[in-house]
Write a protein that binds this ligand. Structure first.
Ligand code: HEM
Length: 468
């Protein structure tokens, strides 16, 4: 975001760093390593810039950032297609350059002082990148805590002259940028940060301001908070053991109640031949507690949530048009219906379906790691055109450059003679040999029929030695 210019709205957190790694001002391998880590989480819907913002929030929490000052996440950042202007501040620059640089980005002098202190509340300087700052060890921490964790010691240690921060005490006075910055207003800001919870609170709001600094025209969402009931991915496919269809989905609730029972209801696609007027039903088959660690957004927000799994058998002749849930908390209170404001959750089509039961991942001796993807097409809808896939490799690995740009590829499916037609469906399969593909869309007659199927949804393994 150091490229932002508040006057003309250009630059900001747009992941242009991926095209700027060879610049002098971006010395070191840290950025490339972080981009490599984040890149695997890119999806067709989540930009690298959003991942950098989210990574900052998680890093802050995981390094011991305070729970009372967590940073809200807003989404919607758009990745730059090319490098941005120069602008990352460097330690040898004079104080006026730093004040001007931060002003260009939209930060006052006092905000600059606090933000630099917040940034340097974790991490340190490595000798390899800055031998003129650190010469006696490989890595010198900013804080006097001796540990890689967030601490306001970067402020208190500076004020009481015990800080080991190399950008304050380096023998090379030219490189003491933190000293020049922290003292630039006569320590007024640093004194304020040392009081009460000021450091935690100001860091949270300034780091939020930093990650929400985006180019003009990019519109960020409101902070993303978990909704009370969240329906997960829905898959409908011909059952393997019977002549029916299988529907799998999940419902996430925001708390844990061991007495809770959730039932899935659905209505037919082709009228009400088999389901009673109030719908067919199936109880959840499993529930799992999620979110009790910092590893996900629930943990960060201090919430423990539950995920209920459903696996219902549907008559393939009547099929399914919509579904809903009924929740019994088991405490005598009235049952609650979760039905998308009365409309139910729709199944938009049952003609072309990704089939997780007939798809598999594994290792084929001749080819290496492979994913066999099967798609079921309602035999009555099948013309002569087979479905195809658009696959997504988030970081173009193994042929990736340090830019870690995602790669889309098209792959045709072929009629699969090993899978006899079942429940009115004919099966088509494709072999994906790129082990880095993380998701795909299923296309039929030029339309996206199944969007963003993730390869982690394929849980079956190939029998060793299979060649399929
Ligand atoms: C005038 C402004 C700044 C200067 C001159 C500066 C300078 C530096 C230098 C020289 C390093 C060592 C990098 C290395 O060894 O490869 C560093 C590390 C770091 N800086 Fe800054 N910085 C500034 C502002 C910021 C800001 C605003 C933040 C974030 C809010 C920040 C966060 C960090 C972090 C987290 C590290 C540790 C990286 C690690 O441990 O690998 N810095 N900074």
């Amino acid at each position: 975001m150091a490229t932002h210019n508040i006057e003309d709205g250009t630059g900001g957190l747009d992941a242009s760093i991926r095209f700027e790694l060879d610049r002098e001002e971006n010395v070191g391998s840290g950025m490339e390593l972080s981009l490599g880590d984040f890149s695997r989480l890119q999806t067709p819907y989540v930009s690298m810039a959003d991942l950098i913002a989210m990574g900052t929030i998680f890093a802050y929490a995981h390094c011991g950032g305070p729970k009372h000052a967590s940073i809200p996440f807003r989404a919607g950042r758009i990745d730059a297609k090319t490098a941005g202007p120069l602008g990352v501040p460097e330690p040898q620059q004079d104080i006026q350059s730093h004040i001007d640089n931060f002003k260009r980005q939209g930060f006052t002098q006092s905000e600059m002082i606090a933000l630099v202190a917040c940034g340097h509340a974790v991490g340190g300087v490595s000798r390899e990148d800055f031998p003129t700052i650190v010469s006696d060890k490989d890595f010198a921490l900013f804080n006097g805590d001796g540990q890689q964790r967030y601490t306001r010691n970067v402020v208190t240690g500076y004020l009481d002259n015990t800080t080991p921060n190399p950008l304050v005490v380096s023998p090379n006075a030219t490189m003491r940028s933190d000293l020049r910055i922290f003292s630039s207003d006569g320590n007024v800001t640093m004194q304020r940060l040392a009081q009460g919870n000021n450091f935690d609170n100001e860091c949270a709001s300034l780091i939020q301001k930093m990650i929400d600094t985006v180019p003009k025209g990019v519109k960020l969402t409101d902070p993303i908070m978990p909704i009370e009931y969240k329906v997960g991915k829905v898959r409908l496919f011909p059952s393997k053991g019977s002549d029916g269809l299988k529907l799998t989905t999940t419902l996430r609730t925001l708390d844990v109640n061991p007495n809770r029972k959730i039932t899935l209801f659905w209505s037919d696609r082709e009228g009400t031949k088999t389901c009673p007027a109030l719908g067919c039903s199936s109880e959840s088959i499993k529930n799992t507690e999620i979110g009790n660690s910092l590893g996900n957004g629930f943990g960060l927000a201090g919430i423990t949530a539950s995920m209920y799994q459903f696996e219902a058998t549907i008559d393939s002749t009547t099929s399914i048009s919509r579904f809903w849930f009924e929740i019994d908390e088991g405490d005598g209170s009235a049952k609650q219906v979760i039905n998308n404001g009365g409309q139910g959750y729709g199944i938009d089509q049952d003609a072309v379906l990704f089939d997780p039961a007939r798809s598999a991942q594994g290792f084929v001796p001749a080819t290496g790691p492979v994913t066999f993807i099967t798609v079921a097409v309602r035999t009555s809808k099948f013309t002569s055109l087979a479905p195809s896939l658009v696959t997504f490799n988030p970081s173009s690995i193994p042929n990736s450059s340090p830019e870690f740009l995602p790669k889309f590829s098209t792959l045709d499916l072929e009629l699969d003679a090993t899978l006899p037609p079942t429940a009115g469906y004919t099966f088509f399969s494709a072999k994906v040999t790129d082990p880095f593909v993380t998701s795909f869309d299923v296309i039929f007659e030029g339309k996206v029929m199944q969007e963003w199927v993730e390869t982690i949804e394929i849980t079956s393994s190939l029998t060793p030695g299979a060649s399929q």
